[in-house]
Every structure is written in structure tokens, then in C-alpha cells.
Design a binder for this molecule. Structure first.
Ligand SMILES: Cc1cc2nc3c(=O)[nH]c(=O)nc-3n(C[C@H](O)[C@H](O)[C@H](O)COP(=O)(O)OP(=O)(O)OC[C@H]3O[C@@H](n4cnc5c(N)ncnc54)[C@H](O)[C@@H]3O)c2cc1C
Length: 398
């Protein structure tokens, strides 16, 4: 069992694994502690999550040597559809966002690929080691963990990274941290089903009964979502009701054929930003530092951007003895973080039916503006593909 390392990373999600891989490639010592088993991360239906990658995220993963699986099994999409009042409106990314587009590849597959590569290269992940405490974060950091056998252990590190997701335990050990947060009156009922997707590209459907998203993992695996209330009980949604509602909200522009349901889950929408994203020798990355509602497909992309930003700051410290990048880490990230929060807020409010009639009137006017305005479609395309926000991190890694 290791007792000392350069960088201890709490959490083997996309943020923690990318950072670990980048550091290890540069010969910087790293140990990842992960509460769950490898099998759970790679196969549990509770870990399906993201599917849409910005073009920059795809490029970063490829440049980092983590793109083999996504290049073989992922899909390029050059646009999305907005469905409204029985019509489909295509947002063509390359023409609106200077060639930028998106890539569709399941987050769980990407996590599986990253674990395999990191371990192949001699990396150390302590699976089923739950972090239960952090100490001395401003002087000589220590990470306390519980082993699968229930024993407690301690790892000393030069730096500690909290990459342990939205319910971050690591975050709770940081004094003086301000959680800027808001709630949304929406949730998504998500299903994964063995059936053809509604279309070759994603359809974002705005309907008076509520929003619906039609996405995919492969040509015979559909990932669809229905806007529901955060108090909804998924058990009130038997399969027939889900398929009927999905087709109603498509409004006749396409059809989804029922197929065996592989997963059904409820995701309440919420958002927060933890500021600052650092304390002493401790840094937060990804969902541990900020969460967005899933409408704009930003969460994993922001997590990847944070990981690259922190990698660069740590690299400058270890290779050049510079501390400025580490000191400025929060400031560096808050730019893309708040851009991601803003776009997610914008797109969520554009597409979700509002319970309040006045707000719903405003929303429809907003949507009519977007559907008829080249400038607003460009805004959507530039943010959705990441050209305007996280795009700069691709250039910085090259
Ligand atoms: C329905 C849905 C759809 C989404 N769609 C998209 C999308 O299309 N595009 C997109 O970019 N984003 C999307 N997201 C968001 C995306 O999934 C997250 O932003 C992403 O998982 C964040 O990665 P992370 O590494 O920061 O955290 P996580 O993936 O949550 O990883 C954190 C890890 O830390 C571990 N951990 C937790 N506590 C401890 C502890 N005490 N000790 C040790 N380990 C611990 C966890 O087990 C986990 O493995 C979606 C999310 C949902 C829910």
C-alpha cells in the first residue's frame, strides 16, 4: 500500500482519470483513490451519464493518447435538431461555429478506456477505497481512507485533488468555501433502450407537455429523456407510458419504436459553483467544484477542461518550479465554469416548459427568436460545440 505520493486524486471519474494519466505521462507520482469497484464504474447502469463531447474534449482525449476507443466506436455529429410545433429546425454546427462539431461516445465507455490505459502504464488506482478525511491541507496534506475490509489508512501527498463528483466528501473538508447555488423546477426521467434512435442526430423537443431529448449511444441503443417534476416517482412511469409520452412530445416530426428498457432513472436539475476551487495544497476539479443541469451537455466537458488546467499548473510547478499557475488555478477555471453555467441555464430555460404561465410565455417568445435568428443559432452552436468556451484548452495541450 503506498504511503506517499506527489499527487493524491480522490475519485476515478473523467476528471480524476484524465489528470492522473497526464501527470503519470510526465513522470509525476500519482495515486487515485476510488470508493467504488472497477466493475461498478464500468458496468453499473447508475454510471451511464454523459454521451455528448464537445469537439475540444474529443481532441484533448485523442492528444492525450486516450482516444482509441472513442475513435473506433464513437460518432461525429455535425448538428442537432430543435423540434417545435410539428417542425424540425436543424442547427448546423460547422457553418455556424467555424467547423466545430460534436462527438457522441458514452462517458462510461470513456471511463473504462481511461482506467485500462492508466493501469497498463503502471498507474495506481485503489478501488473500493473510500476517502473519509483530509488533513493538513496547507502544510503536509494527508488523505485518510477506508479499505474494503473496513480498516483505515493514510496517504501523504504534496498535493490533493478532489475529483469525487457532485456530492464530494473532499469538498466538505475545505474551510471557508462558498457554494453559489440555484435550483431548477425540472428533472429528467432518462431511459436507455435497445431500439433505433429517433434520428441520426440529437433532437431537442420543446412541447407544451414538457421538454424531451432524443439521443443515442449507437445505431441500436437509444438514450431518451422526458422533462418531469423533481418530485416524480419513476415507478409511476411504466414502459408503455414512457413510449407514448416520448412520441407525443416529438409532435409527429419523427417516431421512436418501443424496445427493451435497459435503464430508467430520475435526474433532478441543480447547479452550483464552489469558490474558490482551491485551498492550500488542495484543488477541486469537475463536478466536485461545479454542477450544471444536463441540457447543454456541459458537465463532463467542464471536468475535462479543469483537469487540463490543473495539469498545466502542476506541470509548471514540477518541471519549472513555478507556483503562479497553481495560485491562479481558480481564476483560470472560473471563466469556462461560469460560461458553462450560463449556457446550461440558457438552454434549460429555452426548452423546458415552465409551470408559471408568464414564464412560459417568455420562454416561447425566446424560442421563436432563436428559431428565426442566425445570430442566436450561432450563439447556440458556438457554445454547444465548446468553440467559444472550453475550446482554448485544446490549443494549450497541443
Ligand atoms: C443524465 C445525465 C446526462 C449527462 N449528459 C452529459 C453530456 O452529454 N455531456 C457532458 O459533458 N456531461 C454530461 N453529464 C454530466 C457528467 O456526467 C458529469 O459532469 C461528469 O461525470 C463529471 O465527472 P467527474 O469526474 O467530475 O465526476 P464523477 O464522474 O462523478 O466521478 C467522481 C468519482 O469519485 C468517486 N467518489 C465519490 N466520493 C468518493 C470518496 N469519498 N472517496 C473516493 N472516491 C469517491 C465516485 O465513485 C466517482 O467514481 C450528464 C450527467 C447526467 C446525470
Amino acid at each position: 500500500m503506498p504511503t506517499r505520493t506527489d499527487v493524491a486524486i480522490v475519485g476515478a471519474g473523467p476528471a480524476g482519470l484524465l489528470l492522473a494519466h497526464l501527470l503519470q505521462r510526465e513522470g509525476i507520482g500519482v495515486v487515485v483513490l476510488e470508493a467504488k469497484s472497477r466493475e461498478y464504474l464500468e458496468t453499473s447502469p447508475h454510471r451511464i451519464r454523459a454521451g455528448v463531447m464537445e469537439w475540444g474534449t474529443r481532441e484533448i482525449l485523442v492528444q492525450a493518447g486516450l482516444g482509441e476507443g472513442l475513435l473506433q466506436n464513437g460518432y461525429e455529429h455535425q448538428g442537432i435538431y430543435l423540434a417545435h410545433a410539428g417542425e424540425l429546425h436543424r442547427i448546423d454546427f460547422p457553418s455556424l461555429a467555424e467547423g466545430w462539431r460534436i462527438w457522441v461516445y458514452g462517458q462510461q465507455y470513456q471511463v473504462r478506456d481511461m482506467i485500462a490505459r492508466f493501469l497498463e502504464e503502471g498507474g495506481e488506482i485503489l478501488f473500493e477505497h473510500e476517502v473519509v478525511g483530509l488533513a493538513d491541507l496547507t502544510t503536509a496534506p494527508k488523505v485518510r481512507y477506508r479499505t474494503p475490509e473496513g480498516q483505515e489508512g493514510e496517504l501523504e501527498a504534496m498535493f490533493v485533488v478532489g475529483a469525487d463528483g457532485s456530492h464530494s466528501r473532499a469538498r466538505s473538508f475545505v474551510p471557508g468555501l462558498l457554494l453559489k447555488q440555484t435550483t431548477y423546477p425540472f428533472a429528467w426521467l432518462g431511459i436507455l433502450a435497445e431500439t433505433a434512435p429517433a434520428a441520426e442526430e440529437l433532437i431537442y423537443a420543446s412541447h407544451e407537455r414538457g421538454f424531451a431529448l432524443f439521443s443515442m449511444r449507437s445505431p441500436n441503443l437509444a438514450r431518451n429523456y422526458l422533462q418531469v417534476s423533481p418530485e416524480e416517482n419513476p415507478d409511476d412511469w411504466p414502459e408503455e407510458r414512457i413510449w407514448e409520452e416520448l412520441n407525443l412530445r416529438l409532435g409527429g416530426v419523427a417516431r421512436v419504436e418501443p424496445g427493451p428498457l435497459l435503464e430508467k432513472s430520475l435526474t433532478p436539475h441543480r447547479a452550483f459553483v464552489a469558490e474558490p476551487m482551491q485551498y492550500g495544497r488542495f484543488f477541486l476539479v469537475g463536478d466536485a467544484a461545479h454542477v450544471v443541469p444536463p441540457t447543454g451537455a456541459k458537465g463532463m466537458n467542464l471536468a475535462v477542461a479543469d483537469a487540463v488546467a490543473l495539469f498545466q499548473a502542476l506541470w509548471a510547478f514540477y518541471k519549472k518550479g513555478e507556483e503562479e499557475g497553481l495560485r491562479r488555478y481558480t481564476q483560470t477555471c472560473l471563466d469556462h465554469v461560469w460560461q458553462g453555467e450560463f449556457f446550461s441555464y440558457w438552454m434549460t430555460h429555452l426548452l423546458h416548459a415552465q409551470p408559471d404561465p408568464f414564464q412560459e410565455g417568455l420562454r416561447r417568445a425566446h424560442l421563436a427568436q432563436v428559431l428565426s435568428s442566425e445570430a442566436l443559432k450561432r450563439f447556440l452552436a458556438e457554445n454547444y460545440t465548446g468553440r467559444r468556451t472550453t475550446g482554448r484548452w485544446v490549443r494549450s495541450l497541443a
